[in-house]
Design a protein around this ligand. Structure first.
Ligand SMILES: [Zn+2]
Length: 400
């Protein structure tokens, strides 16, 4: 007679208790496992953001081969993860015109040399300019040497990419760093216009187990602004190394957890030059657009202290309320702000073709944007885990 019988506990109840205990242990084990999985992903995401934002990739743009290095890195990651290519290989090539600044980047005001990126930026369409002259005051923030050489005082320097060259050179100066009145200027800058800059989208997928022809797609642009001169680059940690790193971590997850639908992953190029890569993809799709059941575009997702915004929320109210339901149930993001249609990232041309899509970006924390301060060291990645869980659960529900 065993102790259980002695105490009057029926053997079946005891067996049930044992099963329950085992189940508890199993659940505990699974929880621990998933916690470590997420922890490892956090490390992977952080490492990937650092790599993409490093000087080696030179702002993933148009000088020092930055964008190509980033595309090669992403293709290698896709291969390592075990994704299948959408086309013959992971890269989908295309070209576009772009104005670049590979050389001299000298600006002196009142005999003082200014630091590129921190003290000044030049208009993105500026031509090569070599000039010394006196500045005429137009108003308290505008000064000119002649109609083709202008200086403007700004509270914030925000750079971008131009696909043409203008006859005008504009120099924006950070008034926080330069407080005296600009009187004399010396400029020596070099541009190089590239008619057919070669770029590529990086496209892969995990094949579905039950309905492989149906797709859910995650997208994020990997290009940024590149460099301005030989010593200054724009790291683009939040814009959009964070989105790409999140995409890669989702690709890893889906490769080890295949779903009924195929899951597609596209890292676009040319976004900062005017959504060029995503437009090219939509016009030359490697997958039938009509088979995309939903697309989530990630751009600027490295913060999240005060929540996130969903573009196209009002276009897809059912999907948006599902997203909110999951978020409330799992207590993930502090606030989800709905927004209407907007042509502000790579979801846009998909939306125009009738592909249901959300564009997600986060808010709060560091506000660096299109400047040299969008660095990995100060990017908190506050909501990475929550966003990851939200997307995985949302996609799961979309396949029901
Ligand atoms: Zn962006």
């Amino acid at each position: 007679m065993n102790l259980a019988n002695l105490l009057g506990i029926h053997p079946i109840i005891k067996a049930l208790q044992q099963i329950l205990n085992m189940k508890k242990i199993a659940i505990l084990f699974l929880l621990l496992l998933s916690a470590t999985c997420f922890a490892q992903d956090s490390l992977y995401v952080r490492k990937t953001v650092n790599t993409l934002s490093s000087s080696a990739m030179w702002g993933r743009g148009y000088t020092k081969d930055g964008m190509k290095k980033a595309a090669d890195f992403l293709s290698a990651e896709y291969k390592k993860i075990g994704l299948s290519p959408m086309g013959n290989d992971f890269k989908q090539g295309f070209s576009f015109p772009v104005n670049t600044f590979p050389g001299k980047m000298l600006v002196e005001i009142n005999g003082k040399s200014l630091r590129p990126g921190k003290d000044f930026i030049i208009g993105n369409a500026s031509p090569s300019t070599m000039k010394t002259g006196n500045l005429q005051k137009i108003d308290s923030t505008h000064f000119v040497v002649n109609p083709n050489l202008k200086v403007e005082l700004k509270d914030k320097l925000t750079w971008s990419v131009a696909t043409e060259v203008s006859s005008e050179t504009t120099i924006e100066i950070n008034r926080k760093n330069f407080t005296s009145i600009p009187k004399q200027i010396k400029v020596d800058i070099e541009n190089k216009f590239i008619e057919n800059f070669q770029a590529s989208n990086v496209c892969g997928f995990v094949k579905g187990t039950k309905y492989p022809d149906s797709l859910l797609v995650i997208t994020a642009h990997y290009d940024h602004l590149g460099g301005m001169g030989t010593a200054t680059y724009f790291p683009g940690a939040n814009d959009n190394a964070a989105g790409v790193a999140t995409l890669l971590s989702l690709a890893k997850y889906y490769k080890s957890n295949p779903q009924p639908y195929s899951i597609g992953f596209i890292c676009f190029a040319g976004e900062e030059a005017g959504l060029i890569g995503s437009r090219y993809f939509v016009e030359n799709p490697l997958i039938p657009l009509s088979k995309i059941k939903f697309l989530i575009n990630l751009d600027l997702v490295g913060t999240g202290e005060s929540g996130m915004t969903v573009v196209n929320a009002s276009l897809y109210p059912k999907a948006f309320s599902l997203l909110n339901k999951i978020n409330d149930q799992q207590k993930l993001i502090s606030k989800i702000n709905p927004r209407g249609k907007a042509a502000n990232s790579d979801h846009y041309f998909f939306t125009e073709k009738g592909v249901p899509a959300f564009f997600i970006y986060t808010q709060g924390g560091p506000t660096a944007y299109h400047d040299v301060f969008d660095r990995p060291e100060t990017l908190p990645l506050t909501e990475y885990k929550d966003l990851f869980k939200l997307i995985v659960t949302f996609n799961k529900e979309m396949m029901q």
